[in-house]
Design a binder for this molecule. Structure first.
Ligand code: ADP
Length: 347
């Protein structure tokens, strides 16, 4: 059960909530009752190939996460500073790292191997890792519960559609395919990230358009996706402009939904059969239009949406007799991190 929640944003930025991570964590600690604190769970974005489970943090684990910084230069350093500060302030409290990549370690080699020079890939740890694992794991399990089925006998395609977005094929509680890759850039269209593109776009922008690698990275991660196509990274704004007939927003919305459909088709083929397709996160939980557009025209595959259920915000939005249940399940990554942290402490 959640007793308190909070958010500290734009740490270290002018006008942000806290000047640094130490101050941010001190503010959190002032506002929660530390008497009963049994453990601290840290979300760590990149666990590379080394972590497939939540892991009790010690000096060696910290050093290993540090070694993964080249794979996640934007994300892992923030987690490391959080870990350093809480270990210093609360040295007696056990700390657990919960990795966004861990759930996807069950994907078979053919699902994570890029068909590039194998020597280069091995030397530089280049492969698909996948992210949002905490959310996909939680939502797949909750979907099985919603359908009254044992999770180990339930196949689910989970669609996490927030600012970041990814799809996952879950067979009996284990990830077997996911849309993000070595980084959280590929796959679905996101708020400001491109999702899948031809890598030649990068060579072209560098060689022909004269952009530096840094400029291209910034463009594909911060000025692409809905932002790049429609000039707005917020799906509510894109939907509002689309309803007014704005052509850029209309195209952005169509590209967004088609990319989801392409992944649903692929993952249906990988699974052979799915019991459910589940939408989650800000857009997945709140946009009936995205849900019905992304799954439109799939009735031959047993996938249908009951529009009155969809618009009403029901948990199950497919008709009663549908072969595939279409579900809306709110994600709760903090709760899942807390539960995984507790599980990691059990002997
Ligand atoms: P994060 O990945 O940062 O946790 P969220 O899961 O909160 O993000 O998702 C944010 C996205 O959800 C934004 O694009 C926002 O526009 C979208 N969203 C929230 N409410 C709605 C809504 N009612 N209709 C459409 N999109 C929505």
């Amino acid at each position: 059960m959640t007793l308190a929640k909070g958010l500290i944003e734009r740490i270290g930025e002018a006008g942000g909530d806290a000047p640094d991570h130490t101050a941010a964590l001190q503010r959190i600690m002032e506002s929660v009752d530390l008497e009963d604190l049994g453990a601290i769970g840290h979300r760590v974005v990149h666990g590379g190939s080394l972590f497939s489970e939540p892991t009790l943090i010690d000096d060696e684990v910290v050093a290993t996460i540090e070694g993964l910084v080249p794979l996640a230069p934007l994300h892992n350093p923030a987690a490391l500073s959080g870990i350093a500060v809480t270990r210093k302030l609360l040295p007696e409290v056990p700390q657990v790292a919960v990795f966004d990549t861990a759930f996807h370690q069950s994907i078979p080699p053919e699902g994570v191997t890029y068909a590039i020079d194998a020597g280069l890939a091995a030397a530089w740890q280049i492969r698909r890792y996948g992210f949002h694992g905490t959310s996909h794991a939680y939502v797949a399990r909750e979907t099985a519960a919603l359908l009254g089925r044992p999770p180990q006998e339930t196949n689910v395609i989970t669609l996490h559609l927030g600012n970041g977005a990814s799809a996952c094929a879950v067979r009996g509680g284990r990830s077997v395919a996911t849309s993000m890759g070595m980084s959280p850039l590929p796959g679905l269209v996101m708020g400001t990230r491109s999702g899948d593109i031809d890598p030649t776009v990068i060579f072209h922008l560098h060689r022909v358009a004269g952009l530096s690698i840094e400029e291209i990275e910034r463009s594909l991660t911060r000025s692409a996706g809905l932002q790049g196509l429609a000039g707005a990274n917020d799906m509510r704004e894109v939907e509002r402009r689309r309803a007014e007939g704005d052509p850029a927003a209309t195209l952005a919305f169509a590209v967004y939904c088609r990319r989801i459909k392409e992944h649903v088709g692929a993952y249906l083929a990988i699974l052979g059969h799915t019991d459910a397709i589940t939408f989650t996160a800000g857009i997945g939980e709140n946009s009936p239009t995205v849900r019905s557009t992304a799954l439109h025209g799939l009735s031959a595959l047993g996938i249908e949406i009951d529009e009155s259920r969809n618009n009403r915000g029901d948990r199950i939005i497919s008709p009663d007799n549908a072969r595939v249940a279409v579900c809306v399940v709110p994600t709760d990554e903090e709760l899942e991190i807390a539960e995984e942290t507790r599980a990691a402490l059990r002997p």
